[in-house]
Design a protein around this ligand. Structure first.
Ligand SMILES: Nc1ncnc2c1ncn2[C@@H]1O[C@H](COP(=O)(O)OP(=O)(O)OP(=O)(O)O)[C@@H](O)[C@H]1O
Ligand SMILES: [Mg+2]
Length: 236
């Protein structure tokens, strides 16, 4: 028991000869937004899938909300917005949230979750008739309907316009103010700025960790993008 929302210790995972995660250790503190920053194929999704027990580590250990994973009992306290939307396209907005709520026994949170993402007025719309951004918001509603203590967001704002991205981030921040911890993957630098701490991940290795300011200072650059390149050894 560490008191941390997430404690990952020396985790490795290979797919055939490909080392997707290579000795990753990191911690997420309660109420923190922790950003996983890395290019395509660096291992972000694999790490997030491990936090819900969908992928098992070959070595190392994972503790989520004080529970050694995998453990089905803790899943009711985790919200997971997957990289590919997991909505049912022929059901309505409301039916989708109700389904995810029912899985977690959280019918009471339905209206609150839909108001939170501003889809309450669209609750009767079928998913196929929603815009892409509305689907993103609905995916978020499905992930938070049971008021999770830990929210996992795998590239939650891909394809989302800047205004909506801002709104979503305001919502994520509001959730941490009520004690929720968030792990979010991204390769969008302005989004990384909004995280309390960042883990830079490349070829399955955690290269550096810290706030955006700390990482820039360590790399001696003004931009996070340059810092990433410098710290990963692929820049200048
Ligand atoms: N089930 C799987 N079987 C085989 N290889 C896999 C599997 N899942 C992931 N990989 C491989 O592991 C590596 C890491 O993939 P992962 O999806 O974790 O990357 P990512 O950082 O999330 O990338 P992206 O930014 O594109 O989403 C990639 O090379 C990927 O092809
Ligand atoms: Mg991914």
């Amino acid at each position: 028991m560490t008191g941390d929302a997430v404690a990952i210790e020396g985790v490795t995972k290979s797919f055939g000869s490909l080392r997707a995660l290579d000795g990753v250790s990191l911690r997420v503190h309660p109420g923190e937004v922790y950003g996983l920053l890395g290019p395509n194929g660096s291992g972000k999704t694999t790490l997030i899938r491990m936090l819900v027990g969908l992928v098992l580590p070959e070595t190392g250990s994972i503790e989520v909300l004080g529970t050694r994973m995998p453990d089905i009992g803790v899943l009711g306290r985790i919200g997971y917005m997957t990289q590919q939307a997991a909505l049912y396209p022929d059901l309505s907005v409301e039916e989708n949230v109700r389904f995810f709520g029912a899985v977690n026994d959280a019918e009471a949170g339905l209206e609150e979750a839909l108001r939170f993402v501003e889809l309450w007025d669209r609750r009767s719309s079928t998913v196929i008739n929603l815009s892409g951004g509305m689907r993103q918001r609905l995916s978020l509603a499905c992930a938070i309907v049971h008021k999770p203590a830990l929210l996992l967001l795998d590239e939650p704002t891909v394809g989302v316009d800047p205004q909506l991205r801002l709104q979503l981030w305001e919502r994520f921040r509001a959730m941490t103010n009520t004690g929720t911890s968030i792990v979010v993957s991204s390769h969008v630098m302005d989004e990384a700025e909004r995280c309390d701490r960042l883990g830079l991940i490349l070829f399955g290795k955690l290269l550096a960790e810290g706030s955006a300011d700390e990482l820039r200072r360590r790399a001696g650059t003004d931009s996070l993008e340059q810092a990433f390149l410098a710290l990963s050894g692929t820049g200048r």
